[in-house]
Write a protein that binds this ligand. Structure first.
Ligand code: NAD
Ligand code: ZN
Length: 352
């Protein structure tokens, strides 16, 4: 897996350099309806970049589907794209997941570059090579692992993100920090959302990407250590799916934040994860992520959702837990009683 991740203040120049390096015979740009207006103008400042055709798909995760893929394939096919062409995905995780899949399958795979425009996209979706679409009512049901030829990070894009989308990405940064080190943890939890320093956010994003990259490089196809990146996600995916059945759907990162509290609770109980860090995490999640609406009446339904997690094995629901910050234990299991205790713990923390 060879993925160049570059942070830049001069997006147009960097993109031109990458295009020169990869030397495609034609270039196509992919945006969603929002990133076409908000982000594309910063990119097409020079004549050459402005001359590339733009494929636009509707914004929203409900459009990460076969229909959007067909729009991209159809456009490429009818506008002379060849095996040497290139697709440049400019958008959040929806666009980079979908565009990455379209590029990886068109003529058995063409070059593609990701330019993530959301914090979640930057720290997570755009790096690591997982691409795909939702299908048959299931998230990321169809896809391939194929890294982008380059990921170009331009932190100025984060300035137009609303608070909810910033926090959604921040939850993945919190996760990466827990997987990495005390130093990373302190830097990430110290970030001040009341007085956002976008330069600092760019630096922290770059560091967070490095944590993910280092793990993915050891295990691109998720046979072992890449499972560490699932921290917070076994509970998190259940909360996310559960929220979709309620009146108040939550963004992915919010579900991950609540999932982290539950999995760090299990980490403390089973592996002695330090109590002061549990308290710090609880304080952070309470302060930023508000409340998740559930009660003990929902525990069976939540548990049932967890039993469908893709990562489960014959021994049951599979977790990544921590014995301390950076002390990762993959392939952990918990009993139903322990899982219900973790639901109780989160409910107590959030005072629901
Ligand atoms: N491939 C992976 O490893 C991986 C990892 C995590 C998440 N994902 C996927 O990523 C997706 C979620 O990512 P997301 O939260 O970026 O979703 P998204 O791409 O839908 O973006 C969220 C919203 O922000 C808008 N937006 C994008 N850039 C903006 C900007 N600069 N300013 C203002 N608005 C902007 C989008 O148009 C959209 O409305 C999901 O489909 C998830 O499955 C993939
Ligand atoms: Zn995630």
């Amino acid at each position: 897996m060879d993925q160049t991740v570059i942070i830049t203040n001069n997006l147009a120049q960097e993109l031109s350099d990458q295009i020169d390096r990869l030397n495609p015979d034609s270039v196509f740009l992919l945006t969603d309806t929002n990133t076409r207006n908000l982000c594309l103008p910063s990119l097409i400042t020079d004549g050459t970049l402005a001359s590339y055709p733009v494929i636009e798909i509707p914004a929203g995760d409900e459009h990460k589907n076969l229909q959007s893929i067909a729009i991209v394939w159809e456009y490429l096919s009818s506008h002379g794209a060849t095996r040497k062409s290139m697709l440049i995905n400019i958008g959040g995780g929806m666009t980079t997941d979908m565009g990455g899949f379209a590029a990886s399958t068109f003529k058995r795979g063409i070059h593609y570059i990701n330019i993530p425009t959301t914090l979640l996209g930057a720290v997570d979706a755009a790096v690591g090579g997982k691409t795909g679409i939702n299908f048959n009512g299931l998230k990321n049901e169809i896809g391939v692992i194929q890294s982008a030829d380059a990921v170009i990070l331009y932190a100025t894009f984060f300035r137009t993100l609303d608070r909810k989308n910033l926090l959604s990405g921040y939850a993945e940064m919190v996760k990466h920090a827990l997987l990495k080190s005390e130093e990373e943890w302190k830097a990430v939890i110290g970030f001040d959302f009341d007085n956002i320093d976008y330069n600092l956010l760019g630096d922290l994003t770059q560091r967070s990407i490095a944590v993910k990259e280092a793990i993915v490089a050891q295990d691109p196809t998720e046979q072992n250590i890449r499972k560490a990146l699932n921290l917070g996600h076994t509970f998190g995916h259940a909360f996310e799916s559960f929220s979709f059945t309620s009146e108040q759907p939550i963004l992915h990162g919010f579900a991950v934040a609540f999932g982290l509290v539950c999995e760090i609770y299990l980490s403390r109980k089973k592996l002695g994860f330090p109590a002061p860090v549990v308290s710090q995490l609880v304080r952070l999640v309470k302060e930023h992520y508000g409340v998740l609406h559930y009660s003990c009446k929902n525990y069976d339904a939540l548990y049932e959702l967890m039993t469908h997690d893709k990562k489960n094995d014959r021994s049951g629901i599979n977790f990544t837990l921590l014995a301390g910050i950076g002390n990762i234990h993959i392939n952990q299991h918990a009993t139903k009683e322990e899982i219900f205790e973790a639901f109780d713990f989160l409910a107590d923390c959030l005072s629901i």
